[in-house]
Design a protein around this ligand. Sequence first.
Ligand SMILES: C[S@@+](CC[C@H](N)C(=O)[O-])C[C@H]1O[C@@H](n2cnc3c(N)ncnc32)[C@H](O)[C@@H]1O
Length: 276
Amino acid sequence: MKKQIPFKKNVIHGHSCESMAELPDGAIDLIFAGPPYGSLINYSSYAAGEQHYKAHSTDLPQYITSFQTWFSECFRVLRAGRYCIVNLGTIRENHKTIALPFYAVSWLEELGFSFQFEIVWDKIVGGRHEARNFLAHPFPGRFTPNNRVEYLLFFKKNPRKAFAPRSKFYDANIIPLTDLFKREIANNVWHVHPATKRSSPDVSHPCPFPPEIPERIITYFSFPQETVLDPFMGSGSTAIAAKKLGRYYVGYETEDRFRIDAERLIAKYKRKYMAI
Ligand SMILES: C[S@@+](CC[C@H](N)C(=O)[O-])C[C@H]1O[C@@H](n2cnc3c(N)ncnc32)[C@H](O)[C@@H]1O
């Protein structure tokens, strides 16, 4: 087994993931990424407390360039045979829908990732209320459905390589097959409420993952004591789930305010789940 070059774990780097120079090639066992959705939210404006933080149009060529820069670094740092899971949704602007999740499959395959499958995240409530117009004027051709799904896109680097623990001395525990697994997690539609002010009162981020999503991903796609990378750390939900499940985390976040808030939350949860 090749010896691993050491790198700092359980840290959020306060700069863009377009360069993850802190991470050696192949150092990461699982990537879970929720990249920005085009220009839907201007995170700098939100972090600065500005009221108008929503942008109106996406510069798609610019977005593609950024996307490919972020994910070519992800490809470099991911270990062969392991998963990079990307959360994306469509965005609606200027009378059309920009199908980011559908484009992203080919953008990521161009970088060398191999698409495995998708899970539709049904948010049960919330989302875009686009049927409202039809409800007020129920005529043919006016109906656009409410949109309450996002996509979890599962890619592998070198899919022929075995998914094995790093150390041959590591005793991989079997994951218990719960009723929730058989009824819900085993299928490719997951029903999980979005995080709300009530469910996550400590979180100040505009679009945090509900803990259930990173927890499911980390449980089923990594072994304990492995390292999970979230290149867009936001509120720290992936890091908290990693700590809770006995994994290490590494994150990147460009907005100091989000990074500091995430570090505060992680410290709070660390006291609760003292795993590693
Ligand atoms: C969609 S949110 C991710 C939210 C996160 N999954 C959570 O649970 O809170 C995207 C985050 O990435 C950050 N971001 C945007 N561009 C970035 C970049 N190039 N490198 C690192 N972070 C970035 C934004 O500030 C924002 O917090």
